[in-house]
Design a protein around this ligand. Sequence first.
Ligand code: PLP
Length: 376
Amino acid sequence: MQFRDLKKQYEALKPQIDKAMIDVAASSAYIMGKPVKELEAELAEYVGVKHCVSCGNGTDALTIALKVLGVGAGDAVFVPDFTFFASAEVISLEGAHPVFVDVEEETFNISATDLESKIKETIAQGQYNPKAIIAVDLFGLPANYKALQAIAEQYDLKIIEDGAQGFGGALEGKRACGFGDIGTTSFFPAKPLGCYGDGGAIFTDNDEYAALADSFRVHGKGSFKYDNVRIGVNSRLDTLQAAILQVKFKAFKEYELDAVNKAAKLYDEKLAGRVETPVIPEGYYSSWAQYTIKLKDRATRDAMQASLKEAGIPSMVYYPTPMHKQTAHTPYGPYAEDLCPVAASLCDRVLSLPIHPYICEEDIEMVCSIVLKSAL
Ligand SMILES: *Cc1c(COP(=O)(O)O)cnc(C)c1O
């Protein structure tokens, strides 16, 4: 059994994907070819924003977003303590100061309550200027943008939505990656919408931000390629990846997103009442980047993972270490032992099970039988 079966997906889409790849090879427009522009328009329309600027990967998308917002030395950026390292890494890379915020036990996403207290603390300390929030749509579920927007307005902060795992999710009918001042996503193969290598994108309604992002991704270009008006990066989405994404995006919209939601529902039905299954609050829709259950403690979780492994079933611990306990973040501390208690506890208790649009009911049944046996 595969954790995320990309081979099955390729088999389902093979004729279209093969044709798309060969067409790009024959076109010789390998950088910024037609499929890139076409895909950007398709993605912007789906997300419901004016602009999509594609780039090299999801980490670069966040870096470019921070550059667009002018985040740098002396600025504090608030980020959840429970996320993939890249969400926080980009803050330090820009010379800004990461402030780690606890998450909600139910949704795994940034806690608005703790965010406000961390903002107040930062203001009281007076060392860094609160500038932005990087909210993460963890495991496919959008963060609580209503609460976050109210806080951002009150404290005059910008919001970046890290939708690397959230693409395809929604909140009250509005699609993920369209929240905040800038939204970003990743097309890493295992993400909800993945390509065959690295890829990413930036989303915004703001014309000025879109123009800046377009400049930053190509060495800070000005009126033309060899007019460089700011220090930028080299981060473009390959034409080949864009062409592959066009095929995969069609399948994503037509049936994959539905299929992965059906798989999650099957898991819910089989596991409900026996282990803590993921909570999707009223009005939210998940794109199920991960299906993550919670166990009693680390020993129970580790024993379950071992039982699954023995049965040939892959599972993952996303994430074993809170951001503030990562070695790379030691210079930003020292941190109190109880800085983010929920995040710390989740790191001990979470387990992500195999899920993807092509998983069959028998496989889900098999995973659940081991999980339930081990949870006794
Ligand atoms: C994957 C991921 C990223 C980084 O995306 P890459 O394309 O791998 O650079 C950033 N944030 C989160 C939450 C992710 O899951």
